[in-house]
Design a binder for this molecule. Sequence first.
Ligand SMILES: [Mn+2]
Length: 368
Amino acid sequence: MQSNRRLTLNNINQQPQKRLCKGKVVSEEYVEGNFLGLPENGGEVDVAILQLPYELTTSYGQGTAGGPAACIISSAQVELFDASLGEDLPAGAALFTAPEWDGEGNSLAEQLDNISGYLKPWYAGDCLPLILGGEHGILPPLLNAAKHHPLVDGNMQRLTVVQIDAHADLREQLDGEKYSHACAASRSLDLGIGQLVQIGIRAYSKQEANYIEKDERVTTFFARDTQSPSTGESAWRSCLDTLENLTGPIHLTIDIDGLDGSLVPATGTPVPGGLSFWQATEVIEAVFSAPNSTVISVDVNEIVAQEDTPLTQFTAAMVATKAIAMHLKARKEGRWEAVAKQAGRIRMPQISDYFRQQKSSESREDTA
Ligand SMILES: [Mn+2]
C-alpha cells in the first residue's frame, strides 16, 4: 500500500538545519531561503530554482520531501566561484528561488498535473528552470511542462532526456503504481521523447535490461563499464562523445543516487559503484557545451537531508551549482541568445564587467 507522506516535512525540523548551517556562509549578502544565499534583483529571471518536495512512492529510504529545503540551506556553503565560468556566481545573471510547490491535489493524478502547472510558466524559453526534488516521480510531469518550451514546441520527439541514475527507472510499474519513481524513465518514453541517454546505471531488472536492448531510443552507459578499473576510461570517453554529439533540446535529470553511495548516503536508495563527483561534473559540462544542442532545464532529485553531516544535500547543491555555472557560460558564449530569439523573447542577459572585458578584448582582436 502507498503511504501518504509526500507533503510532510517532518524529517526536516529547524534544529538540525540550523546545526547544519553553522559553517561558513559564502555569499556576502546572504539571504536565507535563497539558493546560494544570493539576493534577488526583482527583475526578470535568468535561472529559476524550483523546489518540488514531492514524495509519494519512494520505496526504501524516506525524506525526499525535505530534500529541496535542505539543499538550499546547504548551498549557502558552496563556493560562488566556478573556474570554467571565470567569475563568481551569479555573474551578472538574475537567480530566483521560487516559493516551493505546495503539494496541491487530492489524488496522484491531480498532484502530477499540479506539478506540471507549477513548472510550466518557467518553460517560456527565456530562463533556465533548475528543479530540486523530491522523488524521481517528478520527471513525467516535469516533461509535460517542458513540452511547452519553444524549442520543443509540443513535439516531444525533439527532446532528449539525459539521465544520471543508479537505477534504470524503466519498470512498467512498481507495487502496482505506474507513476512510481522506479518508472520515471518508462513514463518519459511513453510521453514520446526522442531519445534517452542513461549514465551510471547499476541496479536494474531483467525486464529493464530487455527494454534497454529493444528500444532504440535508449542508450545506456552502465556503471559496470564506465567505472571499470581496467576498461572504464574508454567507456567513459564514449559516454562523453555521445553527449557532445546530441542535437536539439535536452532535459538533464540527475537522480543523486547516480553518484556513488559514499557521496550521497542519505538518498532514498544509495548504491555503491556509482559516478564520482568529477564524472558528474564532466557530464554537466559535456551536455551544456554540446555544439548542436541546448539544455532547456535540469532537475536534481532524490535529495534527502542527512542529519549527522550535510554531505548528501551539499553534494546535490554542488551539482546544481555546476549546472547553473554552465548555463551562464552558455549565455556568455552567445549560445543562449539563440534560444531566447527562437522563443521570441529576446532579452539580453545582464552582462557583468567580466563578460564585457572578454567581449571588448575579443573585438579588439577582431579588428587587429
Ligand atoms: Mn531514478
